[in-house]
Every structure is written in C-alpha cells, then in structure tokens.
Design a protein. Structure first.
Ligand code: KG4
Length: 339
C-alpha cells in the first residue's frame, strides 16, 4: 500500500510517499524543506516563524512528493501525520493539512508519534529488521531508550532527565563559534582534538538506571570556556580539544547506558536513530557496545537521521495495520500523547 507521510514538528516541513507490503518497505519520495537558514539568524528555532514557514511550503512539497513517486492523491491508501511531540504551532500545520487532504479524498488518517517515527525510519534501510528491539532516539529534543515490543508498542525505559544530546551539542557549539545547528560541525571538529585533554563530568546518572543528565556537563563546559576567556582574548586554539573532550563525555555517557540497556533487556537488535545518530563518534562507540553484547546494530542512514516525512509514513503503515485511525477532531500535542 502507498502511505503519504507528513512532518512539521520543528523546523523541517516534509512530505513523503512510502510503499509498504510486509517487509518490503520502499521510500518513493521524501521531500524536505529545511528552515535552518532562517533560524540560524536567531541561534535556535523561533516557533512562530517555524509555523509560518511550514504553511508557506506544505502544499508545494506535497505535490512534489506525489510527482516524484509518480502517483496522484487518488493512489494513496493512508495519510500519516506527526501529531506529537513538538512545537505546537508547527505540529498543527501538518495535522490540519493532513486532516483536510484525508477528508477531501476519503483517505484513512493515522496519527504518529514523532519519536516512534524516528525508529521506523530504520525499517526502510533493513528488510530483515523487526521488533522486538531496543531503540535509542537521540536528537535535538530527545535522548530516549525504548523497548520496542512490536511495531506499535513502545515502552520508554530511560533517557535524559533534562536536555537532549543534540541540544547539548548545539549549545556548546554556539559558544565556540560553530554554525547553528552545531552537531555536525562539532562532530568534525572533535576529530581534530584530544579527547583526553579535559575531564568533563559524565552525563550518565550513577546506578542501575538508564537515565542521563546533560545539564551538569553543559555547565562544566561553559565554566571551562569562561575561565579560559578570562586568561586570554583568543581561545580558539583550545576549541578542538574542547570539542573532542566534550563529545567524548556525551558519547561515553550514552554508550554506558546503551550497554546497560542491552544487558537489562537482553535484546539483540539495537536501533540508533534521530538527528544525533549521524554523529560519527557515537556510531563508532555503539558499534563496539553492540559487538561486546552480541547484538546487531541497525543505524539510520545519515539521510534519514534528521526529521523527514518517510519515517512518519513508515510508522503510519504499522499504525494503520494495527487498526488505528485518527478522527477529524485529531489535535496536536506538544508532549507525547501517543504511547
Ligand atoms: O532529529 P533532528 O533533525 O531534529 C529533532 O527532532 O531534534 O535532530 C537535530 C539535531 C540537532 O541538535 C543537530 O545539531 C544534531 O541533530 N546533529 C548532530 C549531527 N548531525 C545533526 N549531532 C551530532 N553529530 C552530528 N553529526
């Protein structure tokens, strides 16, 4: 069947068509309109601007997604839309657009949880991948471990208690002059420094929990940078070591909890997804963790790590198969209401 997926939870507007039939899962189109250049001016996403920008492009990218898939709306069997979590005004754009399109064309509508969709993106890359599995969704807004029991049953088993790993990269990246969002630039810079140069605190919460906390690490990095600034006007020579040591703290903290999650659940399939899943240091560390636990690591292809409509369509397929249908009264939620 053909699923048209919509995503507008943050600063990417996306429409995509996925064909799915059992484990045959193919992306036919995945059009993404990014607002990064707009929000760069402010060093972060401005919600009101994001909503307006989604409205401007959503009709055209829908047409483009259908054209690229060689289909018309009449060929679509199901419409899937991210309904939570995210920026409320931004979410409402795709939710309302999807509801109208579904109503006007009598197409079933399903609501999708954005974080679940990040995991589903990985199904499109590996034909053999299926639950049960352990998923780590790590992005600008989330760092969460899930025990995925079946395609629509996600049990949250731990994650960050405050900021997400992506937010932690973006914040410190900005302070050391990297462009917004800083994750990719920090990744590169970290390869040029010494990861043992500075001892930053681990974000892994001590004990038998899968929880993490990035706020202390962020404060330690800010204090380190500020004390360097007091000693010298130009501290740019220190940036490679700061990036390398900071990245090592983030990655080692996550890897420690990933190791514990595999041991606690006994799961043998590990999915790494979300924007920060593109991080080369994290990919390498989790490869080692999975190897030592006899688990297989399924990483989202870098092109599907960020927000996209294909992941929403993919998760929508499974919601549809499970009999879930969204009413025309569907609302969006900034927090997670679809468990
Ligand atoms: O999944 P995503 O596109 O949006 C959210 O739902 O948050 O993730 C965006 C986040 C940003 O914080 C960005 O800096 C981070 O992913 N990111 C990276 C890398 N590429 C993107 N973080 C670390 N290393 C990367 N290579």
């Amino acid at each position: 069947m053909y699923i048209l997926g919509f995503e507008s939870s943050c600063d990417e507007t996306s429409a995509a068509v996925v064909f799915a039939d059992g484990n045959q899962r193919r992306i036919l189109s995945d059009v993404i309109a990014s607002q990064v250049e707009t929000h760069k001016l402010y060093g972060g996403v401005v919600p009101e601007i994001a909503s307006r920008a989604h409205i401007e492009v959503i009709s055209n990218i829908t047409k483009q997604a259908l054209d690229e898939a060689g289909l018309t709306v009449k060929d679509i069997d199901c419409i899937a839309v991210t309904a939570c979590p995210g920026l409320i005004g931004a979410l409402l754009v795709a939710v309302n657009f999807a509801k109208s399109l579904a109503y006007a064309n009598s197409i079933p509508l399903v609501a999708v949880n954005h974080i679940h969709a990040h995991t589903a993106a990985v199904y499109t890359a590996y034909e053999s991948l299926e639950p049960p599995l352990l998923s780590l969704a790590v992005s600008g807004g989330n760092t969460s471990f899930y025990h995925v029991k079946d395609y629509v049953t996600y049990e949250y088993i731990g994650g960050t208690r405050d900021d997400a790993a992506g937010e932690a990269f973006d914040k410190i990246g900005r302070v050391i002059g990297l462009p917004y969002p800083s994750g990719a630039a920090m990744d590169k810079l970290a390869h040029t420094g010494d990861k043992n140069a500075i001892k930053f605190p681990s974000p892994a919460i001590v004990g038998d929990t899968l929880d993490l906390s990035f706020s202390g690490l962020k404060t330690a990095a800010l204090n380190h940078i500020n004390s360097l600034k007091q000693k010298s006007d130009d501290i740019s020579a220190h940036y490679p070591n700061i990036a390398a040591s900071y990245t090592a703290a983030v990655v080692e903290g996550i890897a420690k909890k990933a190791d514990l999650a595999l041991k606690k659940t006994g799961l043998k399939s590990f999915v790494l997804c979300g924007g920060v899943a593109a991080n080369s240091h994290l990919r390498a560390a989790l490869t080692d963790v999975c190897k030592s636990n006899g688990a297989t690591l399924y990483m989202a292809p870098v092109s599907l790590c960020g927000d996209n409509g294909a992941m929403v369509a993919m998760q929508g397929y499974y919601e549809f198969l499970a009999g879930k249908r969204a009413p025309l009264s569907l609302n969006a939620s900034a927090t997670q209401f679809i468990q």
